[in-house]
Structure formats: structure tokens, C-alpha cells
Design a protein around this ligand. Sequence first.
Ligand SMILES: NC(=O)c1ccc[n+]([C@@H]2O[C@H](COP(=O)([O-])OP(=O)(O)OC[C@H]3O[C@@H](n4cnc5c(N)ncnc54)[C@H](O)[C@@H]3O)[C@@H](O)[C@H]2O)c1
Ligand SMILES: O=C(O)C(=O)C[C@@H](O)[C@H](O)[C@H](O)COP(=O)(O)O
Ligand SMILES: [Zn+2]
Length: 361
Amino acid sequence: MTLVNVTTPGGNYPIHIQSGRLGALDTAIPADATAIALVSNATVLARYGQRVRQALGRTGKPLVEVVLPDGEAHKTWQSLNMIFDELLQNTLDRKAVLVAFGGGVIGDMGGFAAACYMRGIRFIQVPTTLLAQVDSSVGGKTAINHPLGKNMIGAFHQPISVEIDPAVLATLPPREISAGLAEVVKYGLIIDAPFFEWCERNAGALRALEPQVLTYAIQRSCELKAHVVSQDERESGLRAILNLGHTFGHAIEAGLGYGAWLHGEAVGCGMVQAAELSADLLGFPRADVERVRSLIEAIGCPTVAPDLGRDRWVRLMGNDKKVQGGSLRFVLMPRIGEAVCTDVDAAALDAVFQRTVGAGV
Ligand SMILES: NC(=O)c1ccc[n+]([C@@H]2O[C@H](COP(=O)([O-])OP(=O)(O)OC[C@H]3O[C@@H](n4cnc5c(N)ncnc54)[C@H](O)[C@@H]3O)[C@@H](O)[C@H]2O)c1
Ligand SMILES: O=C(O)C(=O)C[C@@H](O)[C@H](O)[C@H](O)COP(=O)(O)O
Ligand SMILES: [Zn+2]
């Protein structure tokens, strides 16, 4: 088993990475837990519910299942309320533990519910998509979407552990693998140039889910995210670099209606746009813009952004959480492996739209 530690003011916790880990989930439940709330969806439960029920059953604790509708379009107040309704109807108390079992949508909502229920209960992340295993299960950002902006209603609430079973990725559709790989590539771009080069060399093996290559990508991503989050839990500075590509990406997700593009697809395309902007504003080498574009293509994500209309692009990006005093702020790269968060004049975006958006802007 591989162990990565996360250290934050909001809690220190382990990330366990092990093929077959689902079958040992009972070992992650604290002895003093009074009940377990298993929050998931029908897609995940149909494949892995039995295994997890069996493992959690060994604790002898009452188990309440909350089955949410599947998909980004359901990362809403309505779904959150379904969790609260079940927890209250089953009289779960403050010592109950919530297990968020699924992709990033389940993890973000389960975590937010745990942050709010009785002003905060413990929760465990059991991520089952690549994106959730390399990114969303780590670091304690939890949220739901608002029609006007991504993740706009949420809280920081750290899990007590993250339990990763890479074997479950075998049933993930290829499009979801590609989306998860975008966040893997992100770490190389913002903080680890050799890891970016490793991704360039291993793009094919990653898409083919070669076990050793995949496990290394998960481990390295968790280490890098833990490193960043441990220094800046609440995004007062450094943590913003984890938002590379997200100012563009979140605008795509909200602009097209949540779910039309996957989060990772929008971020992958957004990183190409951020690379173009970095070339214009920070002298990021043009040859490296093409390396970013090629790698995003190689992992199977789109590199041409949708035509949202110039003013709508800017309006949507104005709802980004990095905005300060009305100024748009972007994570940009002076070079591969380094990132900074900086104010950007909306006028500077026009040239980037010309080069990255499909016909019509
Ligand atoms: N909190 C954070 O730090 C953070 C970081 C990155 C992304 N996110 C959020 O994560 C969300 C995206 O997460 P996602 O990409 O995991 O999408 P998702 O949660 O929608 O999961 C993708 C699909 O895969 C299905 N699925 C899950 N596990 C499966 C498996 N093992 N086999 C087959 N199907 C499976 C799901 O049911 C769903 O249909 C977005 O809402 C994004 O904003 C949050
Ligand atoms: O953990 C972080 O910090 C990130 O920014 C990771 C991102 O991949 C993730 O999509 C996050 O939810 C975006 O955060 P937001 O604050 O822009 O909603
Ligand atoms: Zn993301």
C-alpha cells in the first residue's frame, strides 16, 4: 500500500492507495463512529455497492445509504437536501461518519453535506474516478454549483482519510479517463516539469490504464496536491495554482450548461488557453504552447474552445472565485513547471480567443 500524508490546520489525514482497497474499507471507520452514511449514486453502487456494503458491514455499525442522481447537472441544493433528509430521518448524530463513494460530484457534495450537518461531522473520501483519485478527494474543497458559477456555494472541510482503489478505474468510460488525465497533466505544468515530461512519454500507457503507470500518476498527483494544500489550505495564495485552466474551464462548463463538457475536458482546453495567454503576457515559449496542446490532444481532451460569444466569456469568467475588486485573475505559466496568479485585463483575452475558440467569436 502507498501512503501519502496531508497536513493542514483543518486536519491531518492519510491517503491510502492500494488495489483492492474497497474490500478493506471497514478499517477506515473510526471505532467511535455511531453510524455510517454511504453517499453514492446508482452507477457506482451497481458496480461496487456489494463489495463496500460487505466491508462496512464488518464494523457492525448501522449503515444508511443515500443514492443521489448521477451527473454534474445534479451538483445542486436539491441533491444536498436529499442527503440531509436521509441523515435526519435516520437520526444520525454528530458521531456518525459520512462516506463519499463516487466521482468528484459525489465527493464535493458528500463533503459539503458533512461540513454542514450538525455544523460538521467526519467524512471519508472513497474516490472512484481518475479525476477524483488524483484531485477532488484531496484538499477539502467541497461545494455545489450555481447556474451563474461553478462551485459557488461550499466550504473547506477536510476528510479524515482518502481511500483509493485504482482497480475500480477498469470500469470507467474512456472519456472519463481522459478528463481525469487533464488534472494529472496540470500538476506537471504548475509545479513539476519532469512529471510533465513523464506524462508526455506515457500518455498512451495512461489512456490504456497500464497498472504501474496509472498508480504512479495517482501517487505523484496526490503527493503534489498534498504538498500545495499543506502549505495553503484555504487558498490565500499558493493554492490558487491548482486552478490552472479553470478560469476558462469553469466558464465553459457554466456557459454550456453543467455536464455538456466534463470538468476535466473543460480544464484541459482551458490549460491550452492559459498557455496561449501565458505566451502573450509572460513570455511562455511558443514551442511549449504547442507541447501543451499536443499533450492535451494525446490524452483525448478537446483543444478548441466552444463559441460562447466574447462578452459572455468575460461575464462568465467574472464569476470566478479568484476575482478581486472586479479584476479577472488567471493562473499563468512563465515556464513549464511554474505558475503564478496574476491580474489580466479583459482586452488581453481577445487575441487568445482568436487562437483558441471555434469559429464565430
Ligand atoms: N474539490 C476539488 O478539489 C475538486 C477538484 C477537481 C474537480 N472537482 C469536481 O469534481 C467533479 C468532476 O468529478 P468526476 O470527473 O469524477 O465526475 P463525476 O463525479 O460526474 O463522475 C463521472 C462519471 O463516472 C461515473 N463513475 C464513477 N466511478 C465509476 C467507476 N469506477 N466506473 C464506472 N463509472 C464510474 C459517475 O457515476 C459519473 O457518471 C466536478 O464537479 C468538479 O468541479 C472538485
Ligand atoms: O483544490 C483546488 O484548490 C483546486 O483548485 C482543484 C481544482 O481542480 C478543482 O476543480 C476545484 O474545485 C476548483 O476550485 P474553485 O475554487 O475554482 O471552485
Ligand atoms: Zn479541477
